[in-house]
Design a protein around this ligand. Structure first.
Ligand code: BDR
Ligand code: CA
Length: 332
């Protein structure tokens, strides 16, 4: 059983990741820790509680995290991708439902960073962190407790792109772009860290056929995934990466990070020390040295060597397991 803390900025594909983590029989989802990114941290936290309610989860904590990056000034949120409310304009308008106190999900009294440290210290070697938003909370936790990399079992990060072009600039992926300093700080450390970036998540495209199957066979969970994905699918199909696709579809980015935990052999990895460019025209770019070459100007040799990035994926298998797991094992 994997004890998981999911650090998230929900987010439509974040909701897919939450549904997957809740449904998978090998995952015990302890908490959602929230961060700015797709929306403000206030909306992300409210969405996290609401999504847990919709998916029927009553035992999962929510801890609110960072509202802005560790060093740079905050960038605009991505409402044009995820909707004004961050979940495809599916957040209910009724005032009672808007009250986060009505949520079953407990809001922790400590910050996301402190929650992560507390759980890692209480369960040494047992916690898997899956980070699917900007890496700010983890960088804050690491600064406060430098032993964190030795305390956690695994860190899986949805972010970055090694060979694939970026999705917010030609070079940068959104989560790394939103807090490049945090991403670079995490990649410096020796922890079992795997990056699930655009090199694979742009290959795992979930279509209306898949989402229709969830709507028709996965109860309230599938219904929400169908409704919330309308806005995101429209962005991908009319403005984004799936413009020329034969069927409406979108990347399931964050859910692919959960897929890596439960089906690592559906992915192929490459290793090497890695940096994230912190500013300038290439800000947010992931730069991994996969050759071990000795460069004259060297920003890589003193870095952790066990960073891994997913470079290949069996997307049919990942999608099939995702859909079957939610249909068979969802809570509601
Ligand atoms: C990542 O950025 C966010 O918009 C998504 O939720 C995902 O975590 C993809 O680049
Ligand atoms: Ca996300």
């Amino acid at each position: 059983m994997h004890k998981v803390i999911l650090d998230t900025d929900p987010g439509i594909d974040d909701a897919m990741a939450i549904a997957y983590a809740l449904a998978h029989p090998a995952i015990e989802l302890l908490a959602l820790t929230t961060v700015f990114g797709n929306v403000s941290v206030d909306k992300a936290t409210r969405n996290a509680q609401y999504i847990l309610d919709v998916f029927g989860a009553t035992q999962v904590d929510v801890a609110k995290g960072a509202s802005e990056p560790v060093t740079q000034a905050p960038l605009p949120h991505s409402e044009f991708v995820h909707g004004d409310d961050g979940i495809g304009n599916c957040y209910p308008e009724a005032p009672a439902a808007l009250n986060p106190a009505a949520s079953h999900a407990k809001l922790a009294t400590i910050s996301a960073a402190d929650y992560i440290i507390e759980q890692a210290r209480a369960n040494p070697g047992e916690i898997t962190l899956i980070a699917v938003g900007p890496l700010t909370n983890l960088a804050l936790a690491l600064a406060k407790d430098p032993e964190l990399p030795q305390l956690v079992k695994q860190l899986i990060v949805m972010g970055g792109a090694v060979d694939e072009p970026g999705n917010v600039t030609p070079l940068a992926e959104a989560n790394f772009f939103n807090d490049p300093h945090a991403a670079d700080q995490l990649l410096a450390e020796d922890w079992p860290m795997v990056v699930v970036g655009l090199d694979v998540t742009h290959r795992v495209m979930i279509t209306d056929t898949h989402l229709g199957k969830l709507r028709d066979h996965a109860g309230a969970t599938g219904d929400f995934l169908w409704r919330s994905s309308r806005f995101y699918i429209d962005f991908y199909t009319n403005k984004g990466a799936a413009k020329n696709a034969t069927e409406p579809q979108c990347a399931m980015h964050d859910a692919a990070a959960v897929a890596y935990l439960v089906e690592p052999d559906a992915f192929s990895l490459e290793h090497g020390p890695a940096r994230v460019i912190e500013d300038g025209v290439a800000a947010g770019q992931l730069a991994m040295d996969r050759r071990g070459y000795r460069y004259a100007t060297d920003h890589w040799s003193h870095r952790a060597t066990n960073n891994a990035a997913c470079m290949g994926v069996d997307s049919d298998r990942v999608l099939a397991t995702f859909i079957d797991t939610i249909i068979e094992h969802r809570l509601v």
